[in-house]
Design a protein around this ligand. Structure first.
Ligand code: 5GP
Ligand code: MN
Length: 327
């Protein structure tokens, strides 16, 4: 389908429907929160009834965003909504248990590993963030951007590009960000609140993982356990953005973080320097993501998951390096 047909389909869907359920991925990040709230506010502005589902709430560093009070943690039966739409999720399992097996009418996403699970799939892997897609296309779908929506969209662009420094940062992303500033988004304050500011608990939590940091060749890895979370009094279930810190290790091509979750379940994150693809490694573990930033939820004890993931990651990275030498 070409862009025109796709945009026309989305315009029609919006115009012809009244009630919208919006969802995004579990452990939502800045792009997930920015895009769900921005899409929700834009639909509300034209009189639609919108339910913004965020079962885990909003992480602390994003808690002051416009629209944060309109979210809900539970929903009516999914069939009662005219449209179920989701943002920033590359497969349906990522939407969490409330939407298992439900028909998803529309998805907007930018992950290269997206499995096209919705009726209408607007997926652009070149976009730096799902929020960048919305910044470009909301007006084309006849939805307006105001200062609040611009703030939300710039939050997603800034957090997913880690302040315009991931390798997929493009001049287009910068132009869209500049447009959002013209709509009233305050870049320095978003930068400070969403990206730079840390809580004491968060930094303390990192400390436990940093003590266990290991390196072999050009790969470094570490773990965050449930006991660390408790001791640091950290109340999130995510990596507290430790991945960004790990990825700053200059001599490592790949960093891997294992975050222990409840019930024999480990969240694994990979980060890589340009030239090494970690999305495929994550995909092979039923996860997904981007070329240089990917993740997977894996069942098993921390130590066994760690052993298996390290083994597969070392093998894949060695293969990739070999095929680059041949070229
Ligand atoms: P993170 O490591 O920060 O959780 O995620 C890095 C990237 O990979 C993000 O774009 C995120 O959406 C994606 N990702 C993380 N975990 C999973 C997963 O379990 N499944 C899929 N499909 N994508 C994931
Ligand atoms: Mn994203």
């Amino acid at each position: 389908m070409n862009d025109m047909d796709l945009n026309e389909k989305i315009r029609r869907l919006i115009l012809d429907s009244n009630t919208f359920l919006l969802a995004t991925h579990i452990r939502p990040d800045g792009d997930a929160i920015g895009s769900i709230l921005a899409f929700g506010l834009a639909l509300k502005k034209i009189g639609k009834e919108v339910t913004i589902l965020l079962p885990e709430g909003i992480p602390q560093n994003l808690n002051n965003l416009p629209g944060n009070h309109t979210i809900v943690k539970s929903i009516k039966p999914a069939e009662e909504y005219d449209v179920i739409a989701c943002v920033d999720a590359s497969d349906q399992e990522r939407l969490g248990e409330l939407l298992v097996g439900k028909k998803i009418d529309l998805q907007i996403d930018h992950h290269i590993t997206n499995v096209m699970f919705a009726e209408i799939n607007f997926v652009d892997p070149k976009a730096v963030a799902t929020c960048a897609i919305l910044a470009e296309y909301l007006p084309i779908w006849k939805l307006q951007i105001d200062d609040q929506i611009a703030t939300l969209l710039l939050t997603g662009i800034l957090t997913d590009s880690i302040g315009f420094r991931t390798s997929n940062t493009s001049s287009k992303a910068l132009r869209l960000a500049a447009d959002l500033m013209d709509y009233g988004a305050d870049l320095p304050s978003i930068y400070q609140e969403a990206l730079v500011g840390r809580t004491y608990q968060q930094v303390n939590y990192w400390g436990f993982a940093l003590q266990r940091l290991q390196k072999h060749g050009n790969i470094a890895w570490t773990t965050l356990t449930l006991a660390d979370r408790k001791q640091a009094d950290y109340n999130g279930n995510d990596d507290a953005d430790l991945n960004t810190l790990l990825s700053s290790i200059a001599e490592c091509e790949v960093t891997i973080l294992f975050v222990e979750q409840k019930e024999k379940h480990v969240k694994v994150s990979w980060r890589s320097k340009p030239g090494i693809d970690v999305s495929q490694i994550a995909f092979d573990f039923n996860g997904g993501g981007h070329f240089s930033a990917a993740g997977a939820d894996i069942h098993g004890e921390l130590s066994e998951v760690q052993e298996l993931v390290l083994q597969k990651s070392f093998a894949s990275i060695a293969d990739q390096s070999k095929s680059q030498e041949i070229k």
